[in-house]
Design a protein around this ligand. Structure first.
Ligand SMILES: C[S@@+](CC[C@H](N)C(=O)[O-])C[C@H]1O[C@@H](n2cnc3c(N)ncnc32)[C@H](O)[C@@H]1O
Ligand code: SF4
Length: 405
């Protein structure tokens, strides 16, 4: 399911890193735990996730034990290239992590704690589909140490949810947010804009309802039409219109206006938080070049400059680990040019910006032109940082979408 994995060089069956690689004790370490199960697939989504009919023998009830094997393997691999570092952030993503019993998520978290340690004050997030969250589930997760829940709201407007093929009941968003808040968790909601048939007023209604839930954090993503999805087929056959770039740009501006007016600050192109303390530290670690290990089928990792990724199907993943082998399917070490480009693309997405000093000569000369074009904030540039204006953010998002295979 989902898009193909990149090519790359093979990884030894014990998962060891290339000779000479050492981890830096001063670099933060984060953990991503992928849960590749969904009850139904939403029409727009190409994430590496599987419904029960697509599992080819992989068992959801054995998933936690399988993943715990990868955690032990990772501890061996990392322990051989430096001191183990406690996780500063842990993120259960999916798929739908809350399709598993909370006890399974708690066991995986315990495995992370035993293998690496979890830093005091760590951010521990669980992504949730609103239909799978109850007070009981949230209470168990909070007792296990979860600090944050991210709820997939997407829209508050029935015809938009239908266009997205979402099956969750809109009223369950309110219940899920209330349950998470009641258990003392930080709460985020995800929204998508630009669905077929969605008007600017529809989007305004979704934003207003999301704000009325008083979450700590809101992600608002421009709908991407991913190849191979049901939505892409519907658009190709002319059954529904393709997203309109100008309308999506207006929707972005409306989100930034309404969220800003309600006390949410943008800190990444698609993410707004009610104050710095509510930013997603885990996602920031992706944008700022920290080390992380992604566990689970199809998960990607980044350790000491090496990128590697796992086999995609849960059955292949389980087979590898049952045989005592690493589930990694390939790896690459980006060269210096690729790193510079990646650093620029990632760091300019965030409000903290890219230090001008990290640009090479040519790039530095381009800053004045970017300011003149209204893409870079002049005041931040004077203080040595490249921070995008709203117009710059819209362009940066379009560029990343165009570059993403
Ligand atoms: C793993 S899902 C969140 C949890 C849960 N599976 C759910 O959907 O309710 C991660 C988020 O990615 C976003 N997303 C997925 N596919 C997308 C696409 N094609 N375009 C834009 N956003 C997308 C959605 O906002 C979704 O909430
Ligand atoms: S529930 Fe979430 S992960 Fe699953 S198909 Fe829908 S958007 Fe994708």
């Amino acid at each position: 399911m989902g898009s193909a994995l990149p090519l790359g060089e093979p990884v030894p069956s014990d998962g060891s890193l290339p000779p000479g690689v050492r981890t830096d004790p001063a670099t933060d370490f984060g953990v991503y735990l992928h849960v590749p199960f969904c009850r139904v697939r939403c029409g727009y989504c190409d994430f590496n996730t599987y419904t029960s009919s697509e599992l080819r023998g992989a068992r959801q009830d054995e998933y936690a034990d399988t993943l715990l094997r990868e955690i032990r393997l990772a501890a061996d691999v990392l322990g051989s290239v430096g001191d183990l570092r406690p996780a500063q952030t842990v993120f259960f993503g999916g798929g739908t992590p809350t399709l598993l019993p909370p006890g399974d998520l708690a066991r995986m978290l315990h495995g992370v704690r035993e293998a690496f340690g979890i830093a005091p004050g760590a951010e521990i997030t669980v992504e949730a589909n609103p239909d799978t969250v109850t007070e009981g589930v949230v209470a168990e997760l909070a007792a296990a140490g979860v600090t944050r829940m991210s709820v997939g709201m997407q829209s508050a407007v029935p015809h938009v949810l239908a266009a997205l093929d979402r099956t969750h009941r809109p009223e369950n968003v309110r219940t899920a947010v209330a349950a998470a808040r009641g258990a003392g968790l930080d709460v985020s909601v995800d929204l998508i804009y630009g669905a077929p048939g969605e008007s600017l007023d529809d989007w305004r209604a979704s934003l207003e309802q999301a704000i009325a839930l008083q979450p700590d954090h809101i992600s608002a993503y421009a709908l991407i039409i991913e190849d191979g999805t049901k939505l892409a087929r519907q658009i190709r056959r002319g059954e529904v219109p393709a997203p309109d770039d100008d309308l999506q740009a207006d929707m972005y501006e409306l989100a930034d206006d309404l969220l800003g007016a309600d006390g949410f600050d943008w800190y990444e192109v698609s993410n707004w938080a009610r104050g710095d303390a509510h930013r997603s530290r885990h996602n920031l670690s992706y944008w700022t070049g920290a080390d992380w290990w992604g566990f689970g089928p199809g998960a990607h990792s980044h350790v000491a400059g090496v990128r590697f990724w796992n086999v995609k199907h849960p059955a292949a993943y389980a087979q590898r680990l049952a045989a005592g082998e690493s589930p990694a399917a390939g790896r690459e070490i980006p060269d210096a040019d690729a790193r510079v480009l990646e650093n620029v693309l990632l760091r300019t997405r965030i409000r903290d910006g890219l230090p001008v000093s990290e640009l090479l000569g040519e790039g530095r000369h381009a800053v004045a032109a970017l300011i003149a074009d209204g893409l870079v904030e002049p005041r931040d540039a004077l203080h040595g940082r490249i921070v995008l204006t709203r117009r710059g953010r819209l362009l940066a998002d379009a560029v990343v979408r165009a570059l993403t295979p």
